[in-house]
Design a protein around this ligand. Structure first.
Ligand code: DC
Length: 209
């Protein structure tokens, strides 16, 4: 069984994908981490993330980079969003994601183009979102709790910039697949959103076990 979880930045899609993986006993891939690794590796090599050749050269990053805490930084998310615009980068990361999706037994993947490009044949697709203000509020609270000194307005501006780049790019833009459940969790807490996601997948594929 393949479960595709797409959505914009700070929508809760990663948490929901991990909860689905736990519930259904499946491996999970956070595909954003691959783009984050490319963005970060580009910067480590003093390349320009807006330059396709520089970003492509960074696609052979070492796997150990995926464990680097720097990949989780907000600034790395911005680099990831910039390198993800280049079709050559998307092509270089394509097979790795397709292979993960098609492994025996199935998988959960979260990202921007899982239900549309990586696994259009997925058994269940979710498009997880929340209003930009609510996503910025959550991201701001999370960053403040980690001791990052940032204003809500700066986080909201970043959310808007990331949304514009991720939905506006020509190649595999962030898009809800026609057959994806729209899970807007603006007025839900995370437990309610997870319960709704599990209930939807169960209507598609049945209960685990
Ligand atoms: O999910 P995330 O915030 O870690 O993703 C970081 C960036 O990577 C996101 O802004 C766009 C890009 N990305 C993508 O283009 N396609 C994916 N499947 C996942 C992420």
């Amino acid at each position: 069984m393949i479960i595709a979880v797409d959505g914009p930045t700070a929508s809760g899609k990663g948490t929901i994908a991990r909860a689905l993986a736990d519930h259904f006993g499946l491996p999970v891939l956070d595909t954003g981490l691959l783009y984050r690794a490319v963005g970060y590796q580009t910067q480590l090599g003093h390349g320009d993330p807006d330059n396709a050749a520089d970003a492509l050269a960074a696609c052979d990053f070492p796997d150990t980079l995926l464990d680097d805490p720097a990949l989780r930084y907000e600034s790395t998310g911005g680099l990831a969003s910039r390198v993800s615009i280049h079709p050559a980068v998307r092509k270089a990361l394509f097979q790795r994601q397709v292979d993960f999706a098609n492994q025996p037994g199935g998988a959960v993947l979260d990202g921007r183009d899982i239900g549309t490009v990586i696994a259009p044949h997925a058994d269940a697709k979710l498009f997880v979102t929340a209003s930009p203000e609510e996503r910025a509020r959550r991201r701001h609270a999370e960053m403040r709790a980690r001791g990052v000194d940032v204003t809500y307005d700066a986080v909201l501006a970043d959310v808007h910039a990331r949304d514009a780049r991720d939905t506006g790019r020509a190649d595999a833009p962030l898009l809800r697949a026609d057959d994806a459940l729209l899970l807007d969790n603006s007025d839900m807490d995370i437990d309610e959103a997870i319960a709704a996601a599990i209930a939807f997948v169960e209507t598609k594929v049945g209960r685990p076990g």
